[in-house]
Design a protein around this ligand. Sequence first.
Ligand code: PAF
Length: 290
Amino acid sequence: MKIIRTSRAMTSWSERLRRDGVIIGFVPTMGALHDGHRALIRAARLRCDALVVSIFVNPTQFGPREDLTRYPRPIAKDRALCREEGVDVCFEPTAEVMYPEGFQTVVTVPEIARRWEGEARPHHFPGVATVVTKLFGMVRPHLALFGQKDYQQAALVRQLVKDLNLGVAIEVRPTVREADGLAMSSRNVYLNAEERMIAPWLSRALQAGKQAIEEGLKDGKAIERSMLKAIEQAPAIHVEYLALCDPDSLEPLTRVVHRAVILGAILIGSIRLIDNLLVTVPGKMRRARG
Ligand code: PAF
């Protein structure tokens, strides 16, 4: 596996392969790789001839009071996972390579980024949109894979690729979960034993919402209440939002008609966890198929 640190070396590697008709897959990450990343890498491996994983803890997507300095950086372990999975290039740019002196441009996707994570973390999505645009420019992939765990991020990336004609196919892969339902995330390492026990309540609340829809509940507020009721039993959780939304626009739904995404964010102490579930109204699904 090759380790590349500069933009120029990354782009010339990709351009050479593209000229030979090689299909390049890309999994952008901030490192601290877990089985969710492994699943993305494996899916990319199956679809592409050559595979790049980037590891860059992007400072511009962290707010001033967020966890940039303590964000986990187990680089040797991350490289070992990439090697094990047959990654061809680990792209590890430094902050100076990404944001050299004089850097000015910021990419924003105002509508998709307006609510939920965008409201709670105003710095986050402009940072993500900018770094993803830059990474695509440096890596020049044909296909990039993202996890559904960061649902709003994936929607934002799809929108920016479309709006800016970036020519990269985007695939969003299902969330990988621990046995008790907790969505895998690099930030789960922050949870102490007690917090780790409480954390799966977020996915349980989302499941309660999904079940309510599958049992025929359609009213958005009633579905949200069923989720709040489920999570009420959990100790020491502050719910930021549990929201029923349109899966494309991410606008809140007053009524579920066909498909919905349930988005959730909670705080356990100072640790913020997000998760989501896609739901299809069962009857509609059968009619659509028939
Ligand atoms: O999902 C992540 O790990 C990051 O937000 C990404 C897409 C690598 C951009 O820094």
